[in-house]
Ligand binder design. Sequence first.
Ligand SMILES: *[C@@H]1O[C@H](CO)[C@@H](O)[C@H](O)[C@H]1NC(C)=O
Ligand SMILES: *[C@@H]1O[C@H](CO)[C@@H](O)[C@H](O)[C@H]1NC(C)=O
Ligand SMILES: *[C@@H]1O[C@H](CO)[C@@H](O)[C@H](O)[C@H]1NC(C)=O
Length: 278
Amino acid sequence: MAPASSFYLLINVLASVTSAAPFAQAACDRTILAQAADAYIAAQTAGSLDPLKSVLATSWIYTENNKNISTSSSVLSKKLTIDHHRTSYDLVTCATYTEVVAASGPYVIGTQIRHNTDRKVSSIDTIASTTGSWLFNATKTLEYVKAEDAGWKPLPVSAQSSRELIQAAGDAYLDMWSDAHAHEKVPWGTPCVRLEGSAYTGKGEPNDSCQPGIPSNHNQAPNTRRRYVIDEEMGSVSIFCVWEHMMNAADSHEFRLENGKLRYVHTMTECGGRTCKL
Ligand SMILES: *[C@@H]1O[C@H](CO)[C@@H](O)[C@H](O)[C@H]1NC(C)=O
Ligand SMILES: *[C@@H]1O[C@H](CO)[C@@H](O)[C@H](O)[C@H]1NC(C)=O
Ligand SMILES: *[C@@H]1O[C@H](CO)[C@@H](O)[C@H](O)[C@H]1NC(C)=O
């Protein structure tokens, strides 16, 4: 008996050591992701990196509008009064997506934050749309986002989809520019509303559809360099990309599915400091 019980004791000791110091592949910690997303909001509000200092990895990358730039010349160095923000969580890749509206900025910003295996922030990737961006009007965007906010609640498990299905829906949508059959793969839901910059397709009707106005020319350059944040509980995927047909713009699309069907699309698009024109 004695050897057996000391064997089990050893196993117990090992188990407690491993749970105190998880392996790198351990599931992401939502609390740590949330702390970093909150620190990012505090930093953007202050126009200073200070609130982020304790969560940043020693070497981390800042990307704004698809370019690696210094934070000193970035939107993060501007104090913004933030009127709305909402964060989704990817607990598989340890990343978050935060949508930010600062009407007086004026800015509508999407930010993907990625964590390394030490649970520190390894990259902040931002699409910062402002005057000149596609269909830009932050005041109007804020009105629509606020009116819609109640619809963006965590889904009951029965209404959630797999991350593969959520990503496939977003990819099919972004493929419509360059693939004549991609629209057949989008799981169109009803009602479905699109907020593109400040343009809103929703009329508050039960039959609101996201299909009017989708690309009819499928010979356009593709939407490339896609980066994903997928939140199964929110039913959402944030995809950042290069919208090549739109002056190689920096583009953010966020999709939300309910019961496997597309219900919401939010986009923001910045054209390298120039006025976006198709
Ligand atoms: C930014 O830097 C990272 C790391 O050096 C690199 O992987 C990435 O391709 C760069 N992105 C751009 C747009 O230059
Ligand atoms: C932006 O939208 C607001 C609210 O709808 C409107 O009052 C304002 O005139 C718009 N601004 C511009 C520049 O179009
Ligand atoms: C939605 O229903 C209304 C009538 O309630 C109709 O006028 C409208 O054309 C319908 N829209 C679509 C997209 O079918």
